[in-house]
Design a binder for this molecule. Structure first.
Ligand code: 5GP
Ligand code: ZN
Length: 112
């Protein structure tokens, strides 16, 4: 049993508000939203961070990026959205399961 928080989200052993899932990707609401819409896009597969990517992940990463505008549209973010990926301690990463933050709605100015 993994002790990774987001692997637990994928398995369903940690409750989350999922808004999308397919055979490779899960999207759910951030528990401490920093914008009106704040979602996390994660692979089902455990990958700790961007530092662990190799060429076997190319198709998965492309799918995650191509999903972003679709999810944003579903969330009503017609005027645009922000994506953030924190990597390692220097990047402020807290959960070591690769995730893309998708933020939008309201006023995002001042949020790094
Ligand atoms: P990081 O700093 O690693 O890029 O972002 C981790 C994100 O995960 C933070 O925005 C934090 O609010 C979110 N988070 C941490 N624990 C949980 C949790 O148990 N459930 C959900 N849905 N989000 C979480
Ligand atoms: Zn994990």
């Amino acid at each position: 049993m993994s002790d990774c928080l987001f692997c637990k989200v994928v398995e369903g052993s940690l409750p989350s508000e999922k808004v999308y899932e397919d055979d490779q990707i899960v999207v759910f609401k951030d528990i401490y939203p920093k914008a009106d819409v704040h979602l996390l896009i994660i692979p089902r597969q455990h990958i700790a961070s961007l530092n662990e990517l190799d060429e076997t992940h190319d198709q998965l990463i492309a799918s995650m990026f191509r999903l972003l505008p679709k999810i944003a549209r579903q969330q009503g973010l017609d005027n645009g959205f922000r994506t953030i990926i924190n990597t390692g301690p220097g990047g402020g990463q807290e959960v070591y399961h690769l995730h893309i933050h998708l933020l939008g709605g309201g006023n995002l100015l001042g949020f790094a």
